[in-house]
Ligand binder design. Structure first.
Ligand code: KG4
Ligand code: ZN
Length: 343
């Protein structure tokens, strides 16, 4: 094994869902980031696990090669390999995990396992030209992805406490499932975001869930949109097409409102006024704008990661790997992919 160095070069590998990604960092500085998104799932309206694993197998070698090339390094220059151990789809995770293990053996460098959700949060610490303003501890992170919705108190790179989370669907899942009802392609989040810009968010009012504490719920919203659409379609078959932008804007407005209410409550309860966001839904322009307005008005120190680091990417895995490297937290060939893996 190589000796520990101060500014290690770390290869990060991410394959937990439907993006095959590899990135290289030196310390926290990003040298390269490559993402191969899988188009096959669009046809099915959601991620098909078997197809995802197969696509990861096809993509992983060229994606890692491209990350080395873009970073302008040789694979022998790498000091450690960080990989997503979980949570995620088991078959998908296995591809990244096995690849990381064999490359680590071939190069004689240590392995670092990373929790995907911790990675999303630490994406806020990736240094790149457009992502160079990092939150200071302690801060609250609103992690909103396709699989998770959490408010996390972050006291340190490794000290994270989930203060609240969804009791049913995740925020991204709400975007995607409601998008499906509106006949939008998968994943629907970015489409709803785009269409919302031309719609009126006050056109339709959907009910807000009553959930205790800092927890969230989104399945009721999905059902109420479904019933509403079914009712309106009985009167006018073309209701959705004719009112698509207004419907999207109203749905997005409701989701943002649910998220913001709980985040404001968390600020009140903890007294912490530094906020960061993470996960695919944190790319949402309406959410970013609403957070910006609130932060300005309420003197919140807001950190919005650049868009590249919001959805699944390996830069966040590589940078988490760096923080673990500094701590000397390595794993070995016995590491196993884990579908469920709490923070
Ligand atoms: O973090 P991510 O890439 O993967 C998971 O770990 O789940 O998040 C994917 C989710 C999907 O549900 C997708 O629809 C949503 O993020 N998403 C968005 C936007 N971009 C991605 N949702 C709303 N607005 C967006 N601009
Ligand atoms: Zn994710």
């Amino acid at each position: 094994m190589k000796e520990q160095v101060e500014q290690p070069i770390i290869l990060g590998i991410e394959s937990s869902c439907d993006d095959t990604s590899a990135a290289v960092v030196r310390g926290t500085r990003l040298l390269s980031s490559v993402i191969a998104s899988q188009k096959v799932h669009e046809l099915w309206g959601g991620v098909v696990p078997e197809l995802a694993s197969r696509a990861h197998q096809q993509n992983i070698v060229p994606v890692v090669d491209a990350a080395f090339k873009q970073a302008n390094i040789r694979k022998e220059d790498v000091n450690a390999i960080a990989f997503t151990r979980g949570p995620g789809l088991l078959g998908s995770l296995l591809v990244g995990t096995s690849f990381a293990k064999s490359l680590s053996l071939a190069l004689g460098v240590p392995l670092i396992e990373v929790n995907h959700m911790q990675g999303h949060i630490l994406a806020n610490f990736v240094d790149s030209d457009e992502n160079n303003h990092h939150p200071s501890f302690p801060f609250l992170c609103l992690t909103v992805s396709g699989g998770h919705t959490q408010i996390v108190r972050v006291d340190d790179y490794f000290s994270m406490t989930v203060l609240g989370e969804t009791i049913d669907d995740a925020a991204g899942e709400a975007f995607d499932k409601i998008g499906k009802i509106l006949s939008l392609p998968y994943p629907a989040g970015p489409h709803i975001d785009r269409l919302s810009r031309e719609g009126n968010p006050q056109s339709y009012v959907f009910s807000r869930p009553q959930v205790a504490g800092l927890n969230f719920s989104f399945s009721g919203l999905k059902t109420s949109v479904l019933y509403f659409i079914e009712k309106m379609k009985k009167e006018n078959e073309a209701f959705v097409e004719e009112n698509l932008a207004d419907l999207c804007a109203s749905v997005q407005y409701t989701i943002i409102d649910i998220l913001l209410r709980k985040l404001k409550k968390a600020v009140k309860e903890t007294g912490i006024r530094t906020i960061a966001i993470a996960g695919g839904v944190s790319a949402n322009s309406g959410l970013r704008e609403a957070l910006g307005v609130w932060a300005e008005k309420s003197h919140i120190d807001l950190h919005l990661p650049s868009l590249h680091f919001t959805t699944d990417n390996a830069a966040m895995i590589a940078v988490t790997g760096y923080f673990k490297y500094i701590k000397g937290e390595f794993t070995d060939q016995s590491a196993v992919a884990t579908a469920r893996y709490s923070l």
